[in-house]
Design a protein around this ligand. Structure first.
Ligand code: NDP
Ligand code: KAL
Length: 258
């Protein structure tokens, strides 16, 4: 299963390690012949991202840039460097979310003002901030893909403030799609089923969440990094040229259940 994105360049934001959804997207993009640029937030992840990029054939020369999305200067600097080094980009994968760990359990109503703003800043506003600067580099049109979860549409235990931030992210996808369509830029979200990543670490009942999906989801199995990566490639490609403002569920069909 390959779809050619040869000659196209994509920015992948949010690789923390090899389990990251962003890494699944990077691998699928690489298989399609695309050129990749990586951004990371935490300095402690820089070497890991560079090493991972180096495992892709020809990836040793990939641009790997810092971009803490809470910092406007970082965002501007990052995309200015991309403009200087590469010029035009054709798409961007936004795979970034964060909320304070202590607010991802218990009652949602205990969310603090600071915790609420932090989760929304990193997990939702960042898409808008990044889309605005990336637009100027998408001179041949483009495709932006962000990651969301069913907890943005329904109440899912413990997802709490992250669910509210994902609802905001999903609404942003629609408004951005409306703004950017006239520039030939599409904006979509992938709503992925649970995947064991660093972010999911420490979630007490993650095993039982995975088990329920295996037992009840229409496809009777859990979602893989590869399934999300391949869907992202579809959304980056011209095969999806009529799709924007969409939230595509890659979750073995779990979302159709009541
Ligand atoms: P990872 O932990 O692998 O990735 C989360 C990423 O968020 C990290 O790379 C981290 O960067 C980045 N990040 C956090 N704060 C900042 C910041 N201030 N600036 C820039 N980047 C930041 O987890 P996933 O791959 O699971 O998560 C990727 C996306 O997928 C998230 O939006 C998540 O909500 C979504 N998702 C995940 C699901 C799952 O089950 N895993 C299901 C559905 C959606 P760094 O490491 O450099 O700090
Ligand atoms: C209902 C689910 C169970 C889990 C509940 C909440 C999960 C929220 C995701 C959020 C992104 C996790 C964090 O922000 C973790 C953070 O507080 C601590 N971790 C870190 O700082 C690590 C080191 C870095 C790399 O992580 C980040 N994010 O920067 C949801 C499950 C079933 C599905 C998931 C995991 C959805 C999702 O959105 O990730």
């Amino acid at each position: 299963m390959t779809l050619s994105l040869k000659g196209k360049t994509y920015v992948v934001m949010g690789v923390a390690n090899k389990r990251s959804i962003a890494w699944g997207i990077a691998r699928s993009l690489h298989q399609s012949g695309a050129r990749l640029i990586f951004t990371y937030a935490g300095e402690r992840f820089e070497k890991g991202v560079r090493d991972l990029a180096g495992t892709l054939e020809g990836g040793e020369d990939s641009l790997v840039l810092p971009c803490d999305v809470t910092n406007d200067e970082d965002i501007e600097k990052c995309f200015a460097t991309i403009k200087e080094e590469v010029g035009t980009i054709h798409g961007l994968a936004h795979c970034i979310a964060f909320a304070n760990k202590e607010e991802l359990a218990g009652d949602y109503m205990n969310t603090t003002r600071d915790g609420f703003l932090l989760a929304h800043n990193i997990s939702s506003y960042s898409l808008t901030a990044v889309a605005k600067v990336a637009k100027d580099l998408m001179t041949e049109g483009g495709s932006i893909v962000s990651m969301t979860y069913l907890g943005g549409e329904r109440v899912m235990q413990n997802y709490n403030v992250m669910g509210v931030a994902k609802a905001s992210l999903e609404a942003s996808v629609k408004y951005l799609a409306s703004d950017l369509g006239k520039h030939g830029i599409r904006v979509n979200a992938i709503s992925a089923g649970p995947i064991r990543t660093l972010s999911a670490k420490g979630v007490g009942d993650f095993n039982s969440i995975l088990k329920e999906i295996e037992e009840r989801a229409p496809l009777r199995r859990n979602t893989t990094q590869e399934e999300v990566g391949d869907t992202a490639v579809f959304l980056f490609s011209d095969y999806s040229r009529g799709i924007t403002g969409e939230n595509l569920h890659v979750d073995s069909g779990y979302h159709v259940l009541g």
